[in-house]
Ligand binder design. Structure first.
Ligand code: KG4
Ligand code: ZN
Length: 354
């Protein structure tokens, strides 16, 4: 097994990549649909499926062209879920057809497994990344916010997740309330840099000592109440203060729980991933906390934190190399392992020993 093509279409990115089981990336192509969804303030599933249909062939062709063509491949991997069903079907059907035509083995990959392995990816010709198992990863994106212990490929323990909104979703909703565009994360991040994080006292929902669950709906309500009472900020300075105060509330909770999870699990290697890992406030706060506690923090490049196919190809390559194959590939829109527990690479839950 030397080169595996990965395909990712679970949400609003059409992506294809070619990666080795060692995590070396030979091609990594992403077509974003962000402009198509922006007018609606969020991802519209029906539009996403149609955009994937338009983009999938050129995206796969480009990845293959950069990595030596179909003949250079040993296998294929595709995101099976969780995600939007109509979007997932486009990738799965494409992967099935390609595998059939080329006579190559195919595996389905849990999107979250991909995110959790992404920090080990390296560019072509680079040395392996210095990140050994186990590590504790915070995955914070528009669709997910959860803490995991990662002991190896497919050996993942969910430590806790959000009870309501994902962190990225909270950024997007807060941005909408104050009149900033979609996606809200980058817009708030930019303004927060100029503002005072202590200007407005927004709540930090910790849900009790030792809890690794999250809740961001109260914070969203607090922002809405603030704006209802004082109106939308009328000056750049007031907007910056509001953004900085909101961001600090999200980031404090995320960074604190990541570091606490490391302590609780006795694992000193911490990882930030998902779209929200691009946030400068989060990176700074997490690094500050980790350093003060003798923990190390690893943050992959932004293009590997957001949705991409390199992480899917890599997770799939490891499964293919272990001799795994998926004859029947179904899609699942919800993560089959929503409750605390270990789950296999195909997303099915491993029963807990009693
Ligand atoms: O991982 P991602 O690209 O897509 C999925 O949700 O799977 O994450 C997108 C989310 C959006 O909610 C966006 O607002 C947020 O990540 N985001 C950020 C930043 N960049 C993207 N949130 C905070 N600060 C940022 N710099
Ligand atoms: Zn994702």
């Amino acid at each position: 097994m030397t080169r595996v093509l990965g395909i990712e279409t679970s949400c609003d990115e059409t992506a294809a990549a070619v990666v080795s089981p060692e995590g070396e990336v030979f091609a990594d192509v992403v077509a974003s649909q962000i402009n198509e969804h922006a007018p609606y303030g969020g991802v519209v599933p029906e539009l996403a499926s149609r955009a994937h249909l338009r983009a999938i062939v050129p995206v796969v062709e480009q990845a293959l062209e950069e990595a030596g063509g179909l003949a250079a491949l040993d296998g294929l991997a595709v995101t099976q879920g969780p995600g939007l069903s109509g979007a997932l079907l486009v990738g799965v059907q494409t992967a099935k057809a390609l595998a059939e035509r080329a006579g190559l083995p195919l595996v389905g990959v849990n999107h979250l497994d991909g995110h959790l392995l992404a920090p080990r990816l390296r560019e072509r010709g680079e040395d392996p990344v210095d990140l050994a198992f186990p590590y504790i990863a915070l995955l914070a994106s528009g669709g997910h916010t959860a803490l995991y212990r990662v002991d190896g490929p497919g050996r993942t323990t969910l430590l806790g997740q959000t009870r309501d909104d994902a962190a990225g979703e909270a950024f997007d909703k807060a941005a909408k309330i104050v009149g900033l565009g979609y996606p809200g994360g980058p817009a708030i991040d930019r303004r927060a840099k100029e503002g005072d994080p202590a200007a407005i006292a927004f709540p930090r929902t910790m849900l009790g000592r030792g809890s690794f669950e999250f809740s961001f709906s109260g914070l969203k309500t607090a922002v809405a109440r603030h704006v209802a009472k004082h109106g939308r900020p009328t000056s750049e300075a007031a907007l910056a203060d509001l953004c900085a105060s909101f961001q600090a509330a999200v980031v404090d909770v995320l960074a604190r729980k990541l570091s606490d999870a490391g302590r609780a699990e006795g694992v000193e290697r911490l990882v930030l991933t998902g779209g929200v890992a691009a946030n400068r406030g989060l990176r700074a706060r997490a690094l500050e906390l980790a350093t003060s506690r003798g923990q190390s923090l690893h943050v992959p490049p932004v293009k590997r934190c957001t949705d991409n196919a390199a992480m899917i190809a890599y997770a799939g390559a490891l499964r293919l190399e272990a001799g795994e194959r998926d004859a029947e590939l179904v899609v699942y829109s919800r993560d089959p392992a929503r409750r605390r527990g270990r789950f296999r690479a195909d997303g099915t839950l491993i029963p807990r020993r009693s």
